[in-house]
Design a protein around this ligand. Structure first.
Ligand code: XMP
Length: 321
């Protein structure tokens, strides 16, 4: 029978058999999947695991701090934090194509991990890389049966061909609700286990257009407001995920005070889902939508229009890129 405890036991044994006494590294994204994968591998091989948190500059407000403080406190895992903001933003400069963004981010992640791995053990190569790949990621990147390649998830289809790590993917057959159950069983705090999914490529795929510091700051501010208001309304668990998307290459005319503005629209994309393979747009109460809209247009100078995405998946995907 399927119980979180059984799955953990089975995967712990499998990871031990695979890894032996060798060193393993794991990239933490701040999301649920990598957090649970790391906790599981930590249970299997203890201090042979080093986690690497790459601050790629594409994170939301407060995310780096949450991983650096709360996760380490909860698990006792050894963590290396790499400030790679310049590297990622440099590589992404001027890039607008969604798949190209994903490929670049996947590649840079691996390069950063390789450098971090060399620091973990200068004598011997670290051979294993843990990834929090779930079953839907495998299917949607074309690795499953009979499904077209929809997007290169950076942790599946987006890996470089010359990858020199063997992958350890203990969650590869699981769905998100199962991963959450595993996380609770492994003793991770509820606030972490119930976090909304967040894509590895981060805010880069929520800026429609090229990515730069200024656009990231704009999106981060709008995103924080949406998250605060959703939490204040007590809707975090009803909503699967709530991307905010910045239409950075679109401008719209507005009026504020007695002046004309020429700013950018953002799109609110709250969705309800079981496993992210299909989704429906969330019927958020209009007063919540109104509060978010008022606050964003008042508090984020570059944004003068807020729109709501009312597309299900299919035909839309959850993320815009
Ligand atoms: P889509 O946009 O394909 O997203 O409907 C399905 C789910 O996957 C997340 N997502 C990603 N997660 N790396 C990730 O780890 C990625 O490259 C990636 N792209 C999308 C998305 O946020 C949603 O939960």
């Amino acid at each position: 029978t399927w119980t979180p405890a059984n799955i953990i036991e089975e995967q712990v044994a499998a990871v031990r058999a695979l890894v032996g006494d060798r060193q393993v590294i794991c990239g933490l994204s701040g999301g649920v999947d990598s957090a649970v994968a790391a906790a599981l591998v930590h249970r299997a091989v203890g201090d042979q695991l080093t986690c690497v948190f790459v601050d790629h500059g594409l994170l939301r407000a407060g995310e780096a701090e949450q991983v650096e403080n709360d996760y380490v406190a909860a698990t006792g895992i050894r963590l290396k934090v790499v400030d790679a903001r310049e590297r990622f933003l440099g590589a992404l400069a001027g890039v607008t194509d969604p798949e190209e963004k994903r490929k670049i981010i996947g590649r840079e992640f691996i390069r950063v991990f390789e450098a971090a791995a060399r620091e973990v053990d200068a004598e011997r190569d670290v051979e294993f890389l843990v990834q929090g790949t779930l079953y839907p990621d495998v299917v949607e990147s074309g690795g499953g049966t009979g499904t077209a390649n929809i997007k290169s998830h950076h942790n599946v289809g987006g890996l470089p061909d010359d990858l020199r790590f063997a992958l350890v993917e203990p969650l590869r057959t699981l769905f998100k609700d199962e991963v959450r159950a595993l996380g609770l069983e492994l003793g991770l705090p509820e606030a972490m286990v119930w976090r909304h999914p967040f894509p590895g490529p981060g805010l880069a795929i929520r800026i429609i257009g090229a990515v730069d510091e200024e656009r990231l700051a704009t999106l981060r501010a709008a995103d924080l407001i949406a998250r605060e208001e959703l939490t204040a309304a007590g809707l975090d668990r009803e909503v699967w995920q709530f991307p905010v998307v910045l239409l950075a290459d679109v401008r719209s005319v507005g009026v504020q005070g007695d002046g004309r503005t020429y700013g950018h629209p953002v799109v609110l994309r709250p969705v309800s889902s079981e496993d992210a393979m299909t989704a429906d747009w969330s019927r958020l109460p209009y007063d919540v939508v109104a509060r978010i809209s008022t606050r964003i247009t008042n508090e984020v100078a570059e944004v003068n229009r807020v729109t709501l995405d009312v597309t299900s998946k299919p035909p839309g995907t959850i993320e815009w890129e």
